[in-house]
Design a protein around this ligand. Sequence first.
Ligand SMILES: [Zn+2]
Length: 382
Amino acid sequence: MPPASSTHRRTAKAKKVTFEPKVEEHTRSGTRTAPLLTRFLTGIALISAIFLAVYYYYSYLLWEPPSTAKLEEDLLSPFQVVDLPGKGKGVIATRDIAQGELLLREKPLFLVPTHITSSPGALLLTSLARLTPVQRKSFYDLSYVNFPRDVIPDTPEYNEALALAIFQTNSIAAGSNVGIFPRMARFNHGCSSAFNSVYTWREKEGFLVAHALKAIKKGEELLTTYTDTKRPRDSRRRYLHTHYGFTCQCAVCSLPDDLSRKSDSRLSRMSELYSQFARWGDSSISGQEAANIAREIWSIGEEERYWSERGRLAADAAWVAAAHSDDVAAREWAALALEWYAYELGADSEQAHEMQNVIADAEKHPVWGSRHEEHVGGPKKV
Ligand SMILES: [Zn+2]
């Protein structure tokens, strides 16, 4: 609530209180001829009215009402933030959530540029000073790690270090900036097949959206991923421990060693295949080879149940097919990309719209016919 608005509300409410003596005056004049019981009841009613007026007046002064948008957000939200034993806070589905459903749309509390030349702590304190008390509280309520031990409390250095620790633990990339999104920040992490929610920044709209990558049952925890988890368990855990201060115990990290090894080799193979796929860029592999690699990534992803980035993968394959003037393949890959972009980024995302255009007319693809003609093949085998 902006300060100007609060002042306005208080002024408006104060007018009602100054109105009270008039009511009292009127009642007094009425009591002159009233019988004893009526006078007694009127007295009780009067005291109650004064009590209620004073009560509401002070309630109004002390309470900052939530905005309409905030109320709507809470009512419509398919999840709630709860305390989870041993994990701090987390997010639980309050009903069954369908694959691709919008989980949240959130504006940043504030954004800062990715690259700055001034002191990051001071910049954060300036950004925080511009927020309302409620917004500031939502920032300081967030958890943090890697706070320097040698800083003395109640000093400017301490305030800067605290703001920086909270920021570094919770910030999310937003185009060329980095921002704080207090609701999204409550999502815990899961690796590989364990995460079921994906967030993405919408530059044009200026907000973050999160979608359900998989169907989520009521009571299940909503997990996102803090990093690329297509790497072995030890490496993932090391990274997460260093940057976020926890040892990941997600469903994939908790697999028995033999199953964990199988999962690790699938994930490593996927990473390797992605690198091979990228070699089409400098013509090191043919369009057909690139499409074969895309199909293989897809099928290993199916085995691992790693579904993230599928929209992008199919869109890249559509790109390859369009470059080689394979009309059928380009449209088939684009249809697959549209389906998975809709799950991961939303059916209203820019990426989904681009795929609709390719499906409608592959020849309008920006790279159409930019390479030699080749039968690339669609995703049929996937
Ligand atoms: Zn994990």
